[in-house]
Structure formats: structure tokens, C-alpha cells
Design a protein around this ligand. Structure first.
Ligand SMILES: NC(=O)c1ccc[n+]([C@@H]2O[C@H](COP(=O)([O-])OP(=O)(O)OC[C@H]3O[C@@H](n4cnc5c(N)ncnc54)[C@H](OP(=O)(O)O)[C@@H]3O)[C@@H](O)[C@H]2O)c1
Length: 321
């Protein structure tokens, strides 16, 4: 038996239950991983509060060592260091996992870094390179710039040559976002972020808005874009955007809008490996750092969710089994 955090009925952070579970031996194409660090992500809150029927072990991202391999395995062996983003089951001391969805960790990436970056960092990789290709001269708005995805996105967009404008919930978060690549910050709880974007860009507006907030920043995010700009809605920390008339994209400037998810961008094994390697390269070179700013014991998973949902965290959060 190993320690894990299960959800028996969906609800608030209190439904995260720390208990022992039995982990089976790995089957064909599977590995068993002894997990040293598990990532905490906003998506874990969506699952916990009812997106999926309970029961399940929470968590979608972890890093650890292969301790057993199923029959027919050639790529991975016992002792390999691996990390993954994948189906529920991440908040546990051990788990069985599909080998073709795991990636080998380079020696210069620690388990803690990996748990803090596989989901968030691979998401930023596709957002700034594939959903909208950020480059020299791009003006981008990144909402929740001091969050897990946000701090990585600010650094990566800056590294690619963009002018980065970040919205944040407090002055401390503004200072942190600036330290991590944001050129300008907007306190969107107090300031009209559309007016501030107009002021900062001298009326030029943005090429792309990366919006993981959802309900509270829509449709205002569209007003931050110049004609033919890209609205990238990649999350809904404040709640889902309600149904809207698609003509709004025409009236606000023939805008493009997309609602991407890593699942599709890394669905093919080659895309998963390329995305992960690109992330390992920017982190390995020091161009992008992974601020793991909250570390909890696995048994304190509920506290990690409370902190994340009450906007008390910055950067990445991890659980240590
Ligand atoms: N599509 C994908 O492939 C993908 C993958 C990973 C993550 N995501 C999405 O990316 C977003 C960020 O995820 P994360 O794990 O890095 O979380 P996070 O940004 O560290 O935390 C969420 C942040 O959102 C802001 N926020 C604004 N309104 C909020 C509200 N009503 N409740 C809670 N927070 C609110 C807060 O920052 P301030 O205090 O600064 O406002 C908070 O710190 C989420 O929407 C997540 O679902 C999408």
C-alpha cells in the first residue's frame, strides 16, 4: 500500500482525502513510478469540484523513478528518471502509468522542477510557439502573470523578443511578474486593464492575449487586441466564459479566437517529446526558470488547493509524497 490523495465525492478542497491505496504491477506498455514530487495545477481543482465522476486519485502531473516495467518494455528501464502529464492519479507515492506518455528527465532537471513545470511549461511552449507564434516585436497580454503558467509565460515570451504586459492581483505579484520578464504590469482588480493596455501600447493594442481567467476577463480581453489579433482562451480560473455570439469577433476587429489544450497539442508521441525537449532546453539554458514557490507534504493537498483557489500562490506548487 502507498500514500495517495483520493476524491470519494466531488466538492471543495476538504474532499481531498489522504489514505493508503494498492498499486498494481505494471501491465503491457506500462511502468510503475516511485513519485518524488507531484505538481498542483488549476485543472486539479476543476476535476476535484465535479468535472469528473468520483472516486479518483487527484493530480495530473508528477516526476519520479521507474521501479518496475511491464512485459515487452524496451524504451524505459528500472532506475530511469521520468516525468509526465497525464490522466488522474498523480497525487500518490507510486503509480502505474503508460510508458508512451512519460518522458525521460535530463539530469539537470530535478524532480521538484519537473513536477512544477511539465503541465505548465509544456502549455506555455505550445501557446507561445504554436497557438500564436510569439517573436521579436510581438505585443502580448498575459493574464495572471504571477501564477504558475503566468511566470513561465512571461519569461518565455520575453525570451522570444515580445513586449510582455501582465495582469496581476496585487503589488507583490506585479513585482514578481516584472522580475520574471513582464515589461509592464496592470493591477486588474483595481485598474481598467483595457484602458491601461491602450495607454501602454500608445493605442496600438496587442497581437495576442493569453487568457487563463475566463469569465471575469471576457469580453474585455477582446478589446485589448488590434484587428486580426488572437484571443487565446486557455483556462477559466474565474469560471467558464458564457456562450457568446460569434459576430463579436467581427465587430471587434475580425479577431481570431481559440480554446486550446495541451491534450491535443501533445497527443502524438512526437509532439509530446518535442514539446518536453524544448521546455528542457529553455530551462536547462537558464532562459526560463521554474519558480516552485509553494511546497506541501502530500497529506496537505487540500491546503494547496485552498491556497491556489484563493489566489494566495505565485508560480508553481508541488506536493512531496
Ligand atoms: N489549456 C491548457 O492546456 C492549460 C494547461 C495548464 C493550465 N491551464 C490553465 O491555466 C490557468 C493557470 O493555471 P495555473 O495552474 O498556473 O494557476 P495559477 O495561474 O497559478 O492560479 C490562478 C491565478 O488566476 C488568478 N485568478 C483570477 N481570478 C481568479 C479567481 N476567481 N479564482 C482564482 N484565481 C483567479 C489569480 O492570480 P491573480 O491574483 O494575479 O489574479 C490566481 O493566482 C488556469 O486557468 C488553468 O486551467 C490551461
Amino acid at each position: 500500500m502507498v500514500a495517495a490523495v483520493r476524491v470519494h465525492k466531488t466538492g471543495g478542497p476538504e474532499v481531498l482525502t489522504f489514505e493508503d491505496v494498492a498499486i498494481p504491477a505494471p501491465g503491457q506498455g506500462q511502468i510503475k513510478i516511485k513519485q518524488y514530487a507531484c505538481g498542483v495545477n488549476f485543472i486539479d481543482c476543476y476535476f476535484r469540484n465535479g468535472s469528473y465522476p468520483a472516486p479518483f486519485i487527484a493530480g495530473n502531473e508528477s516526476a519520479g523513478e521507474v521501479i518496475a516495467v511491464g512485459p515487452g518494455m524496451t524504451d524505459l528501464k528500472v532506475g530511469d528518471r521520468v516525468a509526465y502529464v497525464g490522466p488522474l492519479g498523480g497525487y500518490a507515492a507510486e503509480r502505474v502509468f503508460a510508458a508512451d506518455r512519460a518522458v525521460k528527465l535530463p539530469d539537470n532537471i530535478s524532480y521538484e522542477q519537473a513536477a512544477g513545470m511539465m503541465l505548465k511549461g509544456m502549455t506555455v511552449q505550445y501557446l507561445v510557439n504554436r497557438t500564436y507564434k510569439v517573436g521579436k516585436g510581438t505585443i502580448c497580454l498575459i493574464h495572471a502573470a504571477a501564477g504558475g503558467v503566468g511566470l513561465i509565460a512571461c519569461q518565455w515570451a520575453n525570451y522570444l523578443g515580445a513586449t510582455v504586459i501582465g495582469t496581476v492581483g496585487s503589488k507583490d505579484k506585479a513585482a514578481l511578474a516584472k522580475k520574471n520578464g513582464a515589461h509592464h504590469t496592470i493591477l486588474y482588480r483595481d485598474e481598467d486593464f483595457v484602458a491601461k493596455v491602450k495607454e501602454i501600447t500608445s493605442g496600438k493594442l496587442c497581437d495576442v492575449v493569453y487568457d487563463g481567467i475566463g469569465k471575469d476577463t471576457f469580453p474585455a480581453s477582446l478589446d485589448c487586441l488590434h484587428p486580426l489579433g488572437y484571443f487565446v482562451s486557455f483556462g477559466s480560473a474565474s469560471g467558464q466564459i458564457e456562450a457568446f455570439n460569434i459576430n463579436i469577433l467581427q465587430t471587434k476587429g475580425s479577431l481570431f479566437a481559440t480554446r486550446p489544450t495541451l491534450n491535443h497539442y501533445a497527443a502524438k508521441r512526437t509532439d509530446l517529446v518535442d514539446t518536453a525537449n524544448d521546455l528542457f532546453n529553455v530551462v536547462g539554458s537558464g532562459a526560463v526558470k521554474i519558480p516552485v514557490n509553494q511546497t506541501y507534504a502530500l497529506k496537505d493537498a487540500a491546503k494547496s488547493h485552498q491556497d491556489l483557489e484563493s489566489r494566495h500562490t505565485t508560480g508553481s506548487s508541488i506536493l512531496i509524497p
